[in-house]
Design a protein around this ligand. Structure first.
Ligand code: TMP
Length: 238
């Protein structure tokens, strides 16, 4: 597989064309941003961890019946993925109150919900990824009702699977963000990444944060947290 021209550079990844029009290569960077790019930094080794973690989790999800963009890990930082057109929705599932939910609704972090919640934001940096509901998404023609139904079903199934998986690693899955894409035939697949950048992961025993909140909130020990969460996954699968 030949790596051709760079098509796109995002905040955490670069995307390259290949000699197959249906396949792309993603290259994970150590760059970290928060608050829509306002805060910038580097998390040493993050690209390697996020690439490997996302690939392992996506392969597990595929086996559990969730279609993903994953094709093949090419190197420490590079992965071959199916080309998709990204549905411009950030899909957020929450099991426990934290982050913007706690702030918006005045709920202390750590309150466990009876049922998981789902919310969507419009993936649009210029607008600051505003929260929207499914009627808004339909009005803006971001997705069809059938696509939103599929995405919702997949997102809750991803939650069930990942909650159980992380529990086996001594980790509590608090919340996470997913992105979905359309293959050239319109099939919806899970895309982007699943990593400590896009999930809140708390040590079940100590409550210690093992995710990007350490960077967002200047808690220190950022690299150690990424290393620790990767170690939990690796040890589980050993
Ligand atoms: P929030 O509480 O800030 O809305 O974040 C909810 C989840 O989504 C959390 O696990 C972090 C993740 N997330 C992203 O992956 N990208 C983002 O740009 C934001 C704001 C959150």
């Amino acid at each position: 597989m030949e790596k051709l021209e760079q098509l796109y550079e995002g905040k955490a990844k670069k995307v390259y064309a290949t000699d197959d029009p249906e396949l792309l290569i993603v290259d994970y960077k150590d760059d970290a941003t928060a608050f829509n790019g306002l805060k910038k930094g580097t998390i040493r080794g993050k690209g390697v961890i996020n690439n490997q973690m996302s690939n392992r989790l996506m392969q597990k999800l595929e086996k559990a019946g969730i279609p993903t963009h994953f094709v093949k890990e090419l190197s420490e930082r590079e992965t071959l993925v199916k080309k998709v057109s990204i549905v411009p929705l950030e899909v957020i599932i929450r099991n426990i109150a934290a982050g913007s939910f706690s702030k918006r609704y005045g709920v202390v972090e750590g309150v466990v919900f009876d049922r998981p919640t789902i919310e969507f934001s419009y993936k649009n940096d210029e607008l600051g990824d505003p929260l929207l509901n499914t009627y808004h998404a339909l009005a803006l023609k971001l997705a069809t009702q059938a696509e939103i139904d599929t995405i919702t079903d997949y997102a809750f199934r991803v939650d069930e699977f990942l909650k159980a998986f992380w529990a086996e690693c001594g980790v509590t899955l608090v919340d996470f963000k997913l992105e979905f894409g359309r293959l050239s035939d319109g099939t919806i697949v899970l895309a982007d990444e699943i990593s400590p950048d896009t999930c809140r992961l708390w040590d079940t025993k100590t409550g210690e944060k093992l995710d990007k909140d350490r960077f967002r909130r200047d808690l220190g020990g950022v690299e150690d947290a990424y290393t620790e969460i990767m170690k939990r996954l690796t040890e589980h699968d050993a």
